[in-house]
Design a protein around this ligand. Structure first.
Ligand SMILES: Cc1ncc(COP(=O)(O)O)c(C=O)c1O
Length: 383
């Protein structure tokens, strides 16, 4: 189906798998095991930890949307990242950003560091910092762009060029934009991961992850790890994500429309010190965003004037935006990186990444932009 448009592929790739009844949607196969015809033959699946028809449908869909070779759908975004890290081994050095998602930072700086992996957390907005961090032990570059929560961009092509020069594996967390707005393989990345919990599913009713590869060697290792460590997602969760993906394109358009309207209002509001949204012409990475993304996405952050008390007042005065972690669902959310999404970072690491106690992160849903702007304006007016 490679000649079809992205939106068409969202709806059709990997689905229509029911040869018995020709059902419109992919059935859920909750079966843990599958009967063999004889000692040599089964019908493609033997045990759901190793593979499952519903999960396979999602994996085919995501492979197509990212333009990869293979995919494994995992139980969470974190388990997709755990899987990806098993492309490396203790003693290997991996370069990543100092402003990545707090859970990824914790996984790298605590769990994998204690197993002998080495990490450098650098300002990836500056490719020279990445070049300077390369050592003879360096084996990988972990890219997250735009970064969470401050929406700094990483020049993906510049990173893969460094990876090529030093024979490193490049990996990108594409959660914030989804393949509708950014396809890292087009810039030479080797492995893409997602928290499907976010835009791919889009309805805040599942946690899941995915790891998409484009080289046979990586695909085989990922498949082995997901099976050996038991990281695959349940058939029901796969089915939910597959259902969500069908509307990815129209949802992302609606998300972005609201985000742009909100960013413009925030940018002109006297109670706001700074807005972090790559769609604003004043954002330092606006031109890069235009080059490597097909839109600006719907995550944004802002610093209120004042400190913790003012940030708290805004977040608790909102009526439509609910206070909650996560992102990418149809409903708008706000959260406080200082004590919520990025609490797993040390205070020093947060400050180093530019997160302050004035910072509020917003996941803009698909509600009408005028309602979102009105709600946020009235909360800001209250401080
Ligand atoms: C960019 C990014 N990557 C990975 C994750 C982890 O995903 P999950 O919560 O599905 O494990 C998150 C969660 O917020 C995230 O924001």
């Amino acid at each position: 189906m490679s000649d079809l448009h992205f939106e068409t592929r969202c709806v059709h790739d990997g689905v229509n798998k029911d040869s018995t009844f020709n059902s419109c949607i992919t059935p859920i196969y909750p079966s843990s095991t599958f009967y063999w015809d004889d000692l040599k033959t089964h019908r493609g699946f033997d045990y759901t930890r190793s593979g499952n028809p519903t999960r396979k449908a999602l994996e085919e869909n995501l492979t197509a949307l990212e333009g990869g070779l293979d995919c494994r759908a995992t139980s969470t975004g974190m388990s997709a990242i755990v899987t990806a890290m098993h492309l490396f081994k203790p003693g290997d050095h991996i370069i990543t950003g100092h402003d990545i998602y707090g859970g990824t930072y914790r996984l790298f700086s605590d769990i994998f560091t204690s197993q002998g992996y080495q990490f450098s957390f650098v300002d990836m907005g500056n490719p020279q910092d990445v070049r300077d961090a390369v050592t003879p032990q360096t084996k990988g570059i972990w890219i997250e762009t735009p970064s969470n929560p401050l929406l700094n961009l990483v020049d993906i092509a510049a990173m893969t060029e460094i990876a090529r020069q030093h024979n490193l594996v490049s990996l990108a967390d594409n959660t914030f934009l989804s393949p509708y707005l950014q396809r890292p393989f087009e810039f030479g990345v080797d492995v893409v991961v997602h928290s499907t919990t976010k835009y791919l599913n889009g309805h805040s009713d599942v946690v899941g992850g995915a790891i998409i590869t484009r080289q046979q060697e990586h695909a085989e290792r990922v498949s082995y790890i997901v099976n050996a460590m038991g990281l695959g997602c349940s058939p029901f969760d796969a089915w939910l994500v597959l259902r969500g993906v069908k509307t990815l394109g129209p949802r992302m358009e609606a998300h972005q429309k609201g985000a742009m309207a909100l960013a413009r209002m925030l940018d002109s509001h006297p109670a706001v010190n700074r807005v972090y949204y790559p769609g604003l012409e004043t954002h330092p990475d606006h031109e890069l965003a235009k080059r490597q993304q097909r839109g600006f996405g719907a995550m944004l952050s802002f610093d209120v004037k004042g400190g913790h008390a003012e940030a708290e007042r805004v977040m608790t005065s909102l009526k439509l935006f609910q206070l909650a972690e996560s992102l990418g669902g149809v409903e708008s959310l706000v959260e406080y990186p200082e004590t919520m999404s990025h609490a797993s970072m040390t205070l020093e690491a947060r400050r180093n990444a530019g997160i302050s106690e004035r910072t509020v992160r917003v996941s803009v849903g698909i509600e009408h932009p005028e309602d979102l702007v009105a709600d946020m304006r009235s909360a800001l007016d209250s401080i």
